[in-house]
Design a protein. Structure first.
Length: 591
């Protein structure tokens, strides 16, 4: 291998720099217009190439890899030009929305062949990549031979700076193969400069002071509440915020991407308020007099399309590094928008080591009582011996310690799992929360399996897995130890089936009876040479869990679940006489 690593080109320089910044793997699918980048990946002595079956999966795996690294290391994907580029778009948008640092190197036709006429089609497999990709990433660049170094440095600084995100680096074929001198010192110097510039711009004294001010107001409140968003993990301040919550005995609520930042079994963890949430979480949100939102997008799905009413009775402090996110709140009454980098949070928290919370003595006990009362009722109402997601999730929660759970983010079964999952100590959970793209779970989980030493459990649905079914070949070929692929099999698209039935009294394209064909998963597992087990009741699933060991070959677990299950109180969509949909208020959620 070392004999091969004598080629020094612009392509190899870009790959070297990705490795120097922490990339250990490149998720890739080879193509003619990326031939020099492909070569640089294949012969790199410190980089493992993972060959996926589709470019969408390459980028989705890179997203899962970075998330499994807690956003500390970049995902890295390499694709070819034209359709190779357009195939990445859904995954890029997902990673961009979830603030995932990621490097995508892409091929392109020769510089002189790139269309300058405005035609529909011009070069071989050429698309208008700049126009298509730019809205989907933090930065798009096309390298030129005479200034590739400063452009790469600036682009990779931007990937990690402030709110991270994917960067897309397109290298025309004639630029990829340009020979350059031995680059070892140059790469090391460039990586050091990137690291230095990112650190210099990470936070300022003004950020620290702004955070000190809102923390002080929170600690003065009678009924304080912290909403911990995934921005806390992206900024790397999970331990600091967890310690602050514990030190001051503050009730905390979370988003679906952040609810594992402190153990969900912690006595100060009060769930994820929103449209699909335990009632107590929304009651606590609605009773607080001061709420500090840290790095939380508060998307329309979370807030049930009622962002203005989400904790509206309280003095609300919204902290984010992204001014566009803050602009959503700046006209709300009693709202304070603080543009600050959460990397300054540990320093701000240090100012309150000797301080105490002024919360009313009955505030935390009231929160705990609401949680206890609700959960007792929920357990009574939803307890069942049926093979449903609620029962499956209870078993998986008890089994979850020190494992990474990667769920698809769209679908009735996956949402139900996320709603009820209670991860144990050192367990991780994530999905593609921002976009909610169907079928990304398997590729995300494959990336995670390469990024962590913990056992990875993927949760997909029968309908969703069909969108990236080809990645069963990737799973079979690389065979990450301990990988468990759980398929929630309810015979189709349950969320679509139920909504169509409710509103139209008819179903189209949602299951076998309405035109959607999904093959037998035993046949698929056999075709891809994967271990397989079909389970039809909770007792058998409980017995099988102990066999899913961390050193075992991958297995597909086909769970035959109820077609529909009631998952507790939730916001409902109402259609008025003019056909316009709206959501019922959070305060009206009830059994």
């Amino acid at each position: 291998m070392s004999a091969l690593k004598t080629e020094h080109t612009i392509a190899s320089y870009a790959v070297d720099l990705a490795v120097a910044l922490g990339a250990e793997l490149a998720f890739t699918l080879t193509g003619g217009m990326a031939m020099f980048i492909n070569r640089a990946v294949a012969v790199h002595p410190e980089l493992q190439a993972v060959y996926c079956q589709h470019e969408q999966a390459c980028v989705a795996a890179a997203e899962g890899y970075s998330k499994s690294k807690k956003f500390r290391a970049p995902g890295f994907a390499v694709v070819t030009a034209g359709p190779g580029v357009s195939n990445t778009i859904t995954s890029l948008i997902s990673a961009y929305g979830d603030s995932v640092p990621m490097i995508v190197l892409a091929g392109q036709i020769k510089t002189n062949d790139i269309d300058s006429y405005g035609t529909r089609t011009h070069g071989i497999q050429e698309i208008k990549s700049r126009e298509i990709i730019t809205p989907c990433v933090k930065r798009f660049v096309r390298l030129e031979a005479d200034n590739f170094r400063p452009v790469l440095i600036k682009t990779l600084v931007e990937m990690f700076s402030e709110r991270p995100g994917p960067v897309f680096i397109e290298i025309p074929l004639d630029v990829q193969g340009v020979s350059i001198p031995d680059t070892a010192k140059d790469v090391a110097d460039a990586a050091a400069e990137i690291t230095r510039r990112v650190a210099e711009g990470s936070s300022t004294p003004a950020h620290r002071q702004a955070l000190v001010d809102c923390l002080r107001d929170l600690l003065r409140a009678k009924r304080p509440l912290i909403y911990v968003g995934n921005g806390c993990r992206v900024a790397g301040v999970e331990e600091a915020i967890g310690a602050f919550i514990a030190r001051h005995q503050l009730p905390a609520v979370f988003s679906w991407l952040s609810f594992d930042i402190i153990s969900a079994r912690d006595d100060l963890h009060f769930g994820c308020p929103g449209g699909l949430a335990p009632i107590y979480a929304n009651e606590i949100l609605g009773a607080a007099d001061t709420i500090l939102f840290l790095g939380a997008r508060l998307d329309l799905g979370t807030t049930a399309f009622q962002r203005d009413a989400f904790g509206h009775q309280a003095e609300r402090y919204f902290v984010d590094i992204d001014p566009a996110e803050l602009s959503k709140f700046d006209k709300f009454p009693e709202a304070h928008c603080i543009e600050a980098n959460l990397k300054a949070l540990p320093a701000a928290i240090a100012s309150f080591i000797g301080s105490n919370s002024a919360a009313l003595p009955d505030w935390l006990p009231w929160c705990r009582d609401r949680r206890k009362t609700y959960l007792e009722e929920e357990n009574s109402r939803l307890a069942s011996t049926n093979m449903n997601v609620h029962g499956i999730t209870d078993l998986l929660s008890a089994w979850s310690d020190n494992k990474v759970f990667v769920s698809a983010s769209s679908g009735y079964a996956e949402e139900t799992f996320t709603r009820f999952f209670v991860p144990g100590p050192d367990a991780r959970f994530f999905n593609g929360a921002a976009l909610g793209a169907m079928g990304m779970g398997l590729a995300n989980a494959l990336g995670a399996a390469f990024g962590t030493s913990q056992q990875v459990v993927c949760l997909e649905a029968d309908g969703g897995i069909m969108l990236n079914i080809q990645e069963l070949a990737t799973l079979s070929h690389y065979a990450p130890k301990g990988f468990v692929l759980i398929v929630f099999n309810n015979g189709g698209y349950e969320s679509i089936r139920s909504s169509q039935s409710r509103f139209f009294k008819d179903v189209n394209g949602a299951d076998a009876d309405s035109g959607l064909y999904i093959p037998d998963f035993a046949d698929l597992a056999n075709a891809f040479k994967l271990r397989y087990v079909r389970i039809e009741n909770l007792k058998d699933f409980s017995a099988q869990l102990s066999t899913f060991t961390a050193d075992a070959p991958p297995i597909m677990v086909d769970l035959i679940i109820d077609k529909f299950e009631y998952r507790g109180p939730a916001v409902k969509t109402v259609i008025d006489a003019n056909g316009r949909p709206s959501s019922t208020p959070l305060r009206e959620i009830t059994w």
